[in-house]
Design a protein around this ligand. Sequence first.
Ligand code: IPE
Ligand code: IPE
Ligand code: MG
Length: 257
Amino acid sequence: MKDALKEFIKPGSKEEALVNKIDFSRLPQHVAVIMDGNGRWAKKRNKPRVEGHKAGSKAVQEVVETCSRMGIKYLTLYAFSKENWKRPKKEVRTLWELLFNYLRKESNVLMENKFRLNVIGDIEQIPKKARKELTKVIHQTREYDRFTINLALNYSGRSEIVDAVKKIMDEERIHKNNVDEDLFSRYLYTSGIPDPDLLIRTSGELRISNFLLWQIAYSEIWVTPVFWPDFSREHMLEAIVDYQERERRFGDIKPKQ
Ligand code: IPE
Ligand code: IPE
Ligand code: MG
């Protein structure tokens, strides 16, 4: 995988120096990103917020390419929270349109590279046009397992937990004594996907904003002041290098290998 990444990195660049620091045998399996700061990026440039979202969808392409070439297995991107419906109608409409355009433009790339697209969140409430395109691409890519792009759309960590409880209660055969953490995890939207090893948040906010509440119990957190549209390959590589310098102890007194 190192070669696939090196192929598109300029020799002698800062990116190359970062790649050389990465231990490819200890990559995070799953990276989750709270893509924040589109609005502030636009404001700084005296542009409407929607321009920030447009620029943000370009950053998505670069991060997808970087992570897949690096050999990361799962990339979860927080693109729209349940709480984001509170925003002005026009902004919300643009966000769903951008998703539609992204899918239209990128679905061939996903297929050619055998990337799987998965969605976590309440998909039923997503506007029809975007939803139809989403279900199509999810279906087309469902057999691929090389690299999964997990889009958090109309997502709420608390709703996910409540939904899991409801599903467990529907399964009349399960006795409460048989409910444990592994079983519970299987009822979450992320069933079958390992917990994120690394959680990145852009734009400097030090909060979780209702994202993957259960799954990030032991994730390493990396926050950068960079606004999402400016988040580049170099920042992703920096996050990985920093992650690999951490000691993950999971409550023990010695690091877990
Ligand atoms: C993140 O950027 C994109 C979404 C939440 C959809 P924001 O739109 O939250 O940008 P800021 O935080 O207002 O700068
Ligand atoms: C979190 O960002 C949601 C997404 C990135 C999709 P927000 O901008 O909505 O979060 P808050 O409101 O700052 O907590
Ligand atoms: Mg924000």
